[in-house]
Write a protein that binds this ligand. Sequence first.
Ligand code: BV8
Length: 233
Amino acid sequence: MTDPSHIVILTGAGISAESGIDTFRDAGGVWENHPIEQVATPEGFAKDPELVHRFYNLRRAALSTVEPNAAHIALGRLQDAFQGQLTLVTQNVDDLHERGGSTDVIHMHGELLSAFCTACDHRWEQRSDLSPTTPCPACRTAGGPRPDIVWFGEMPYQMRRLEAAVQSCDLFVSIGTSGAVYPAAGFVHLARTFDAQTLELNLEASQGSAAFDEARHGPATQLVPQWVNSILS
Ligand code: BV8
């Protein structure tokens, strides 16, 4: 692999697993007997806003009990030292990349620490619990606020910017994702179409492993710092 000039890194729940945040697979994709695909949907929210607010309140509150791990920190170090262009996109809704030193992180599936109003579209940082009666801080509509999370069936954020980055990169690295959810799972195919080298760093073979030029399997806290050292050396 010649020295890359533009690297795109896609991360998933596996990069936060060793910080103590359950992945979707470990949780078996089920929460309180509801498959994630049911709870994390606009229909699920409309049907039972109390249940969905509780699902996100618990995860938002848990953020203050976890720390970024060596993999997050290594990516922060890479961004500081890498001379070329680096695009970091995550499917994760936690803030561990930022707390690990990364900036300009693209949260294509939204963020736990953000909320928006379904009545006036105002967006704000949200650290405390939300409920079906919480008023919007801007238009005061009770029940207007919802978690700023991209649910199943909703369009992920910054897709045009992401597709442009994946098409122009010469190295695409996927870290800690099962390759189960689209359109993120399709990025490796797009990268290959535009002649990028592709590398997977994951605990085990993912659904997309065969699409990568190289796949290394092991914990992110070991694989990611090793890979970053190889790029910076
Ligand atoms: C859209 C926010 C269209 C919620 C999330 C049939 C075929 C193809 C697609 C579809 C289909 N049916 C429906 C769809 C579309 C759907 C989809 O892909 N469904 C899947 C289930 C088939 N996608 C969507 O709905 C997307 N939107 O398509 O919109 C559209 C078009 C026009 C206009 C409007 C709309 C939106 C998807 C986003 C959903 N929101 N997150 C929340 O977090 O609460 S998805 C959520 O699940 C995560 O964000 C993440 O993306 C996904 C879980 O994936 P991973 O991050 O990979 O986590 P997972 O647990 O699966 O895997 C963890 C991996 O880590 C494992 O491989 C494991 O081995 C590894 N690991 C574990 N420990 C470690 C480790 N690796 C390293 N070290 C370790 N220690």
